[in-house]
Design a protein around this ligand. Structure first.
Ligand code: ANZ
Ligand code: ZN
Ligand code: ZN
Length: 811
């Protein structure tokens, strides 16, 4: 019996010694396989993570064997809150937690047999990495894309920091599903991602190999909307109001300004002040989620807007369903044609004026359909779709409005009030204001002598960090103590892999453009509107700096499925169903786990762990080992040649298209039909087919048949079309079919079966290979021609045989 565990150890060591998977730029065609790099958590990897990395590893190995120069790197997204919180608890430094965790990750990942180029590892908490975060910040600042402003922001009291909009779902923190996010007004740093809103939106069209779901989520998030901006006068000030329905312009009966609007109090009259303040104290946030679920509520501000065409006075309300940062934060409300406005008007007894004819005079809900305009002065009688254009044109001619495009996407709030992140390279001078740290002084390094005191961010109390002279006027000043959102690191780490040790530039232009864009990117769908938008933004920004010659970071995105515990539950410590790779390796060998995990379904599907399943895989691999151990290398029969060449043909396509499960089935079938005598070339090919899936076993067998290492770097087998024989193929299909029929019938019968009689029509009899079928169903098999006079057929079943469908009798 082979010891799969020992085999794995042996080959992992040799790969390491020979630096087998290290790559350099060359004249070959490149292929970049990337997995989203992990946050190195203290609890290490479980089998679910192992599954993710196996998906990429199989692809990388396959492409490598197919002659590509494959970049397949790994690194660690090692800044972040968990390490900081752990350090606070233990009164130590997050660096220690982080680096211990990374050591453990590297060890675990090596034990999975992943073929990374380890010389390219990046760790984002190291100054030689985050120096370039800071450099990018300075470039953004230079171009006006990094700025500071006081804004209502999302605050998580558990994280003790602000969050980006992308990090708030359903009004809760992304790390704390049980914690409501509060809105606070704070002075914060932003990146102007909105500069690229249109390109980020429009270019989704060109991402043909991205999952539709992700593209749809990003589209909604960016939210491009065509409409008209109309200027309303409020107390002698102009308010540009955004509407997608200029055709309903004459139906406006009130206005609603966001309860969070910075200028709200300017609109509130003395008489209404009390009422408004009472209302404001009641509402918490005005986020899209809140708007979607909570009841529309508001209060009169005391002010009026003037309708630009009718000169009517329109009352302005403050409301909880208007976003402060969309359009101008005020809407023209048309209760007859918008349901929110309708509900609001009913509640506060505001008139409802129909301007698109619904055919009914009274409405009991908003009419959103199309129709002819009414009550709209000279636009009466127009189709409302046409009226959109006409009214907009008219407003334009009067300089009262214009066509416009609005985006939902907001600028990315990047400051965090926490320690364990990239320091923002800014010095706050009392005389000069915020001054960027000169490039030559980078990196601004996190101090090591810190104490986590009462205020959560020790940077605010660490003098050696804090006190510095202003680069401009040289007066004593203070460093910025906010650090950057950890998502800045993952926005460009994939570029640094191409030149990870460069200490002169962020990366070499030639190198970065040789390897990029990423050809296959594997990761979870939960990043749709976080990382996967940010890294597109960074790519465009760095392109515009002249560093990159491509527009999109990755050509193909693949969302892997989840691995659940036995019984289908999510793997978690509290449920006690976490499967650890170390434990599985010890019991079954890591190759068995790799083979088992990808054989269950295509890698984008969820799957359950299953002890029986892994045992089955391990048994199969031992059978493979024993087969190679026992073979006589001489000649292959035509049938074997056929089978091997046909399998190469199929599997090559299966792997290329990430149908690993199909490939595994075909590998199993192949071993079912191999004979004891086989040619050297053929057995070599069979071993190479195994190599992406079970790389350690493949190396061992490669050596066993007398070859020099390494199987991992051999050429992928080519099939010979001439050896593929249609007759064998028919036979195979017929056998597969009859085997599955027999298995099904036996399953239904629920009685002990010993013999299986098969009655085939005469010219098909040659398709049914008794030995083959017997091997696979494990019963005695007797095959007759239907017209055989001497056949045993007590129930006259043979009459039922048809072409392609022999009859079966069981005993
Ligand atoms: C009048 C109107 C009449 C509207 C009607 C709709 C239907 P999208 O597609 O999302 O861009 N709106 C404008 N600014 C807003 C803000 N800050 N917060 C919440 N809603 C706002 O939606 C644009 C529509 O949303 C605009 O068109 C405006 O209401 C509202 F029968 O104007 B509409
Ligand atoms: Zn939180
Ligand atoms: Zn100064």
């Amino acid at each position: 019996m082979p010891d799969l565990n020992k085999i794995a150890n042996k080959w992992q060591k040799r790969w390491d010694q020979h630096k087998l998977f290290q790559v350099k730029e060359n004249s070959k065609k490149k292929f970049y396989v990337l997995e989203m790099f992990p946050y190195p958590s203290g609890s290490g990897l479980h089998m679910g993570h192992a599954f993710n990395y196996t998906i990429g590893d199989i692809y990388a190995r396959f492409k490598r064997m197919n002659g590509f120069n494959v970049l397949y790197p790994m690194g660690y997204d090692s800044f972040g809150l968990p390490a900081e919180n752990a350090a606070i608890k233990a009164k130590s430094h997050p660096k220690k937690f982080t680096e211990d965790a990374i050591k453990n990750y590297v060890k675990q990942q090596k034990e999975l047999g992943l073929s990374y180029d380890w010389s390219r590892m990046v760790e984002t908490h190291k100054p030689d990495f985050y120096k370039w975060d800071q450099w990018i910040f300075l470039k953004m600042y230079e171009k006006g894309l990094a700025y500071k402003k006081t804004a209502p922001v999302n605050w998580c009291s558990k994280c003790n920091t602000v969050l980006a909009n992308e990090q708030v779902t359903n009004g809760k923190c992304w790390r704390h599903e049980d914690t409501n996010v509060e809105v606070k007004k704070l002075d914060q740093w932003f990146f102007k991602i909105t500069k690229y809103a249109d390109e980020l939106y429009e270019n989704l069209k060109n991402l043909n190999d991205w999952p539709d779901l992700i593209k749809k989520l990003q589209k909604n998030w960016i939210g491009k909307s065509h409409g008209t901006e109309i200027k309303f006068k409020v107390n002698n000030e102009e308010w540009p109001i955004f509407t997608t329905r200029p055709d309903t312009f004459f139906g406006v009966t009130f206005m609603v300004v966001s309860a969070q609007h910075p200028k709200l109090m300017d609109l509130v009259t003395k008489e209404q002040k009390n009422q408004v303040e009472k209302f404001l104290s009641k509402i918490h946030t005005v986020s899209q989620e809140e708007i979607d679920k909570s009841e529309k509520e508001g209060v009169f501000t005391g002010s009026y807007a003037m309708h630009p065409l009718t000169n009517e006075k329109i009352p302005i309300y403050a409301g909880n369903f208007v976003l402060a940062e969309y359009g101008s934060g005020m809407v023209m409300a048309v209760p007859a044609h918008d349901q929110r406005d309708f509900d609001f008007a009913k509640k506060y007894k505001i008139p409802i004026k129909q301007v698109v004819s619904s055919g009914n005079n009274e409405l009991n809900q908003a009419f959103k359909g199309n129709g002819k305009l009414i009550n709209s002065e000279k636009f009466n009688g127009l189709d409302n779709q046409e009226a959109k254009e006409k009214i907009t044109e008219y407003l334009k001619s009067k300089k009262l409005g214009k066509k416009t495009i609005n985006f939902r996407l907001k600028d990315w709030l990047i400051s965090r009030q926490r320690f364990w992140g990239t320091p923002i390279p800014i010095i706050n001078c009392n005389s000069c204001g915020p001054i960027p740290v000169p490039e030559k002084d980078l990196p601004v390094v996190l101090p090591s002598n810190i104490k986590f005191g009462k205020s959560k961010n020790p940077l605010t109390e660490t003098k050696s960090f804090l006190e510095v002279r202003c680069p401009k006027c040289k007066k004593p000043s203070k460093r910025e103590t906010d650090t950057m959102d950890t998502f800045v690191n993952s926005s460009w780490y994939f570029l640094r892999y191409t030149d990870p040790k460069n200490n002169k530039q962020i990366f070499d232009k030639k190198k970065v453009n040789y390897w990029n864009p990423v050809d296959l990117y594997i990761g979870g769908k939960e990043h749709a509107c976080l990382h996967l938008i940010y890294f597109r933004f960074y790519t465009k920004f760095l392109r515009d700096l002249g560093l990159l010659n491509f527009d999109e970071p990755c050509l193909k995105l693949y969302n892997q499925g989840m691995l659940h515990g036995e019984g289908g539950e999510k793997m978690s410590k509290s449920k006690g169903n976490v499967i650890l790779p170390e434990v599985v390796s010890k019991a079954h060998g890591i190759d068995s786990a790799r083979f088992f995990l990808v054989s269950l379904a295509t890698p984008d599907k969820d799957r359950d762990w299953n002890e029986k399943g892994i045992e089955g895989s391990s048994k199969f691999l031992k059978k493979v080992y024993n087969y190679v151990n026992d073979i006589k290398i001489s000649k292959s029969s035509p049938r074997t040649e056929h089978k091997i060449n046909n399998t190469i043909k199929d599997i090559t396509l299966d792997i290329e298209n990430l149908r690993y499960d199909q490939a595994c089935i075909k590998i199993r079938n192949l071993f079912d039909s191999l004979e004891e005598s086989i040619s050297k070339k053929d057995i070599e090919n069979v071993i190479l087919l195994l190599s992406p899936f079970t790389p350690h076993l493949a190396e061992e067998l490669w050596e066993k048949i007398g070859n020099k290492p390494f199987a991992s770097t051999q050429k992928w087998p080519k099939y010979d079309e001439k050896k593929i024989n249609p007759k064998f193929e028919k036979e195979e299909q017929a056998t597969d079919k009859i085997v599955s029929d027999i298995v099904n019938i036996i399953g239904l019968l629920k009685k002990e079966i010993k013999k299986v009689y098969i009655y085939a029509i005469p010219n098909e009899i040659e398709f049914y290979n008794t030995e083959d079928i017997k091997k696979r169903v494990n019963k005695e098999i007797i095959v007759y021609k239907v017209n055989d006079k001497d056949k045993y057929d007590p129930e006259d079943k043979s009459k039922k045989a048809k072409p392609g469908k022999p009859a079966i009798y069981l005993e």
